[in-house]
Design a protein around this ligand. Structure first.
Ligand code: 13P
Length: 252
């Protein structure tokens, strides 16, 4: 049985004061029950203070990006071992904003995925199509390519300790959520692709949905058989909004 993972990607938002207010609200309001976990992914400079703030609570800490290198002359980069040292259990790799704005290739994303795992961190591999690609009918081939690069590099066994996030680019920050059926179609496809390599691993890997997920649409998305949680941007920045999604996971 797959537990839900409700993950907040804070992107480049926050301050010491804002983070404290947000985390105080989240920690105080974690819904009862089981079957889900909560994760926050703050910007690098706040990881240590956020990890200290949530210690002992049900909230875990992750990062939004990581270097594919272990150490050395890579100015401005952050190594996987450093994230592990600070208490990160997860790291987002291949977010569409990094692919589009920072030119990350699927091969680089695969290297980040492997480097994270080598440091004991669970990668959250983001895949998803643009609006043009969806309209051209190429959603599945885009996702296959992004997933395939990681499968080729890391192998299916690596997915036993990984999370996949389907984030249609057209749904990110636009308010245009994929319908539960649209999302489920792609999630089912991703699981089927993994299942061709190993049915047991495919059955247990969590596949999150991301793209304008909020309290009002979370229950419908999470009710789908292949949707195992959310990767949430905007709605992760207010405790009330993030907790509304957590509550949908606790109920679903
Ligand atoms: P929004 O929830 O703001 O659409 O962002 C989704 C996302 O990109 C999470 O990684």
């Amino acid at each position: 049985m797959r537990d839900f993972l409700i993950a907040g990607n804070w992107k480049m938002n926050g301050s010491s004061a804002a983070n404290e207010a947000l985390l105080a609200g989240i920690v105080a309001g974690v819904p009862g029950g089981s079957g889900f976990s909560l994760l926050v992914c703050p910007p690098y400079p706040y990881i240590a203070s956020v990890a200290a703030r949530v210690a002992g609570s049900a909230v875990k800490v992750g990062a939004q990006n990581v270097s594919e290198h272990e150490s050395g002359a890579y100015t401005g980069e952050v190594a996987p071992s450093m994230l592990a040292d600070l208490g990160c259990e997860y790291v987002i790799v291949g977010h569409s904003e990094r692919r589009a704005m920072y030119g990350e290739s699927s091969f680089q994303v695969a290297a980040k995925f492997q480097a994270a795992q080598a440091a004991g961190i669970v990668p959250i591999l983001c895949v998803g199509e643009t609006l043009e690609e969806r309209e051209a009918g190429t959603t599945e081939s885009v996702v296959d390519y992004q997933l395939g690069a990681v499968l080729d590099a890391a192998g299916i066994a690596a997915f036993a300790k990984a999370v996949v996030a389907y984030e249609p680019v057209w749904a990110i920050g636009t308010g245009m959520t994929a319908t539960p059926e649209q999302a489920q179609d792609v999630h089912r496809h991703i699981r089927a692709q993994l299942s061709k390599k190993d049915a047991d691993i495919a059955a247990q890997v969590r596949i999150l949905y991301g793209g304008s997920m909020k309290g009002e649409n979370a229950a419908g998305l999470l009710a789908m058989p292949d949707i195992d949680g959310g990767l949430i941007g905007g709605a992760s920045l207010k405790a009330k909004d993030f907790l509304a999604i957590a509550e949908a996971a606790a109920r679903s």
